[in-house]
Design a protein around this ligand. Structure first.
Ligand code: R5P
Length: 296
């Protein structure tokens, strides 16, 4: 049995993990243009950090002792360039369409469909043996339930669970949600359970209405991602609800590093996760720290 507790905070059994793996498919994400500069001031407040291999190898402060969960699936990107496929599909679907503007609109629509479909087309990008050699605590693999490459992504996780276990790695299963999916309790309940059934030691998903049902249906501990940047008060509120409803912590990125005050924000998130601070009190803490940030 893999010991996921080794990355949890000793006192609370919960976790604040900083997600900085966004660049693996979306390039220089806002706030992560220079990952080393983003990560360095935040590490003191993290129980773990989840970078890509590149960020881990080149951007983490060399003296950092913060446990690492390394992204180990990828191979996709927010653009997909296969003009042959696009033209083939266009010629089939535009048959009888004489209007050039309509044809161009269809071309754009098909290109979007191809990009969305291909986003679920991931493979393992770091072997368990290499992750172990790099000395990380664990690895993360995305599953795309309901997407075109559902099976392949679930098998990526299953394989990493087998191989990671042999290397003593914690395996974090991530429920990646494509544009065509709804982030509701029904879908996230299905996706998290499937991740757990295929050997994830911890599952990362999103907070949603009815989240307690998602937690109840998933026998692996759940952490939440933050998703797109929202106002700090809102982010702290859904963190707090997630913890109340059974999450063991967060693996949060944009709502921390895209804040105007990332160090204040991560401390407020930490207080919610580890001290059960109410959202109002946490927001007050965020505001206080934003005007007078701690220097040490
Ligand atoms: C996707 O790129 C990654 O799994 C992110 O780590 C995940 O979405 C968490 O980051 P955020 O809190 O920004 O959603």
């Amino acid at each position: 049995m893999s010991d996921h507790m080794k990355i949890m905070n000793e006192k609370t059994g919960r976790i604040v993990m900083l997600a900085v793996d966004h660049g693996y498919f979306q390039g220089p994400t806002s706030g992560l243009e220079e990952p080393g500069k983003t990560v360095e001031p935040l590490l003191a407040w993290c129980d773990a950090v989840s970078p890509t291999k590149g960020v881990f190898l080149r951007c983490m402060p060399p003296e950092s002792k913060t446990p690492v969960i390394l992204r180990a699936s990828g191979g996709n990107a927010i653009v997909y360039s296969d003009p042959v496929e696009l033209e083939r599909e266009l010629s089939i679907r535009s048959a009888g369409l004489a209007d050039e503007t309509a044809r161009e609109a269809l071309r754009g629509q098909i290109a979007d469909e191809i990009v969305n479909r291909e986003l679920s087309n991931e493979s393992i990008t770091v072997s368990a043996a290499e992750a172990a050699r790099l000395g990380v605590a664990g690895v993360s693999v995305s599953v795309y339930v309901g997407a075109c490459y559902q099976k392949e992504s679930i098998l990526n996780l299953a394989r990493m669970s087998d191989e990671g276990r042999r290397e003593g790695l914690i395996v974090l299963g991530i429920t990646a949600v494509g544009k065509e999916m709804t982030r509701d309790a029904r879908y996230l309940g299905l996706a998290t359970r499937i991740a757990a059934e295929h050997g994830a030691d911890v599952v990362k998903t999103y907070y949603c209405e009815g989240f307690e049902r998602v937690v109840r249906g998933c026998f692996a501990p759940i952490v939440i991602a933050g998703g797109k940047k929202v106002p700090e008060r809102e982010a702290l509120a859904f963190c707090s609800r997630a913890i109340d409803e059974g999450a063991v912590g967060v693996d949060m990125g944009r709502n921390i590093f895209q804040s105007a005050h990332p160090v204040a924000m991560i401390q407020a998130v930490r207080a919610v996760v580890h001290e059960d601070l109410s959202p109002d009190a946490a927001y007050e803490m965020f505001e206080d720290l934003s005007v007078a940030p701690l220097t040490d």
